[in-house]
Write a protein that binds this ligand. Structure first.
Ligand code: BG6
Length: 277
């Protein structure tokens, strides 16, 4: 029998967070019973494919990769449960997940590494603390990292995303051309796939579930990717329903437009806080 592949953090009051050890993918975050994350009805849970929705963990590559799968291997390997969910004195619940190099990862990316992912579930917040350690004595490595968060929304056309005005962005729907964002809030009404660079620490998305706002705070993640496949791209994805695109928006905190360069014996840390307002 396969070992348990799902870990649940339960804060009480119908506030829970569920993590699938396949990719350490956060597949559900409920606040007072209200789901905050989008997972496609057609998502595949075969322990091989990346899960379509929730929060896939992108590492060590963002986008297509010559040496392995798109968006790297972290979202398709089984993670270890380093520390089972535990209630902290504050009442919040913490769990820690980890991966390190294996024959499989070294076949694509020949480095030793250790990656820990700590999640803390609070009343209306989910905290993510990430550390990558390079244990080598002499080899430096570089990587991209990103939390590919799919927010659940009633209608993406009614969402506004703050914090992007003045930022340069690469538009992947236009052959990677670079533009500068003029709008004080970004709205989505077509296929959108943009890497905003040097974004501020905070974004707010309006009109998420129950008409609320979602605050994203990020540290050591200089980039913000905004993605919605819209009609045609949705049809091209086997694990995404044709009519689901209005109900999601990906706002992804990452370090992707330049690599993190990690010297031997050092660690990189980054974090994110999601807050229902
Ligand atoms: C986004 C990328 O982050 O992820 C898009 O910017 C990509 O280009 C999308 O299409 C989904 O990727 P995947 O590999 O999960 O289909």
């Amino acid at each position: 029998m396969a070992a348990t592949s799902v870990v649940v953090l339960d804060r009480g009051n119908n506030t829970t967070c569920t993590i699938n050890l396949h990719g350490a993918t956060v597949v559900s975050w409920r606040v007072n019973n209200q789901e905050q994350l989008f997972v496609s009805k057609q998502a595949v849970f075969d322990g091989k494919k990346a899960i379509r929705g929730g929060i896939p963990f992108v590492f060590p590559q963002f986008g297509p990769w010559n040496f392995g799968p798109q968006h790297g291997f972290a979202r398709i390997v089984r993670w270890n449960l380093e520390k089972a969910p535990e209630r902290l004195p504050s009442g919040d619940v913490e769990a820690i997940f980890s991966i390190m190099d294996t024959d499989f990862t070294r076949s694509m990316w020949n480095y030793t590494f250790r990656l820990t992912y700590r999640l803390i579930l609070r009343e209306k917040e989910l905290h993510f603390n990430i550390a990558v350690y390079n244990p080598s004595k002499d080899l430096t490595f570089s990587f991209n990292m990103l939390l590919h968060t799919y927010f659940k929304v009633p209608d993406v056309r009614r969402c506004q995303i703050t914090g992007l005005q003045g930022c340069a962005f690469m538009d992947k729907t236009r052959d990677g051309a670079i533009y500068q964002e003029a709008r004080d809030v970004v709205t989505i009404g077509e296929w959108t796939d943009r890497i905003y660079q040097n974004t501020p620490q905070e974004h707010i998305i309006t009109n998420v579930v129950s008409g609320r706002k979602m605050r994203i705070q990020k540290y050591n993640f200089p980039d913000t990717v905004i993605w919605n496949p819209w009609i045609d791209q949705a049809k091209d994805m086997g694990d995404f329903g044709d009519d689901e695109y209005p109900n999601m928006v990906c706002v992804e905190a990452g370090h992707v437009s330049s690599p993190v360069i990690l010297l031997p014996g050092t660690a990189f840390e980054a974090s994110q806080i999601l807050q229902v307002m």
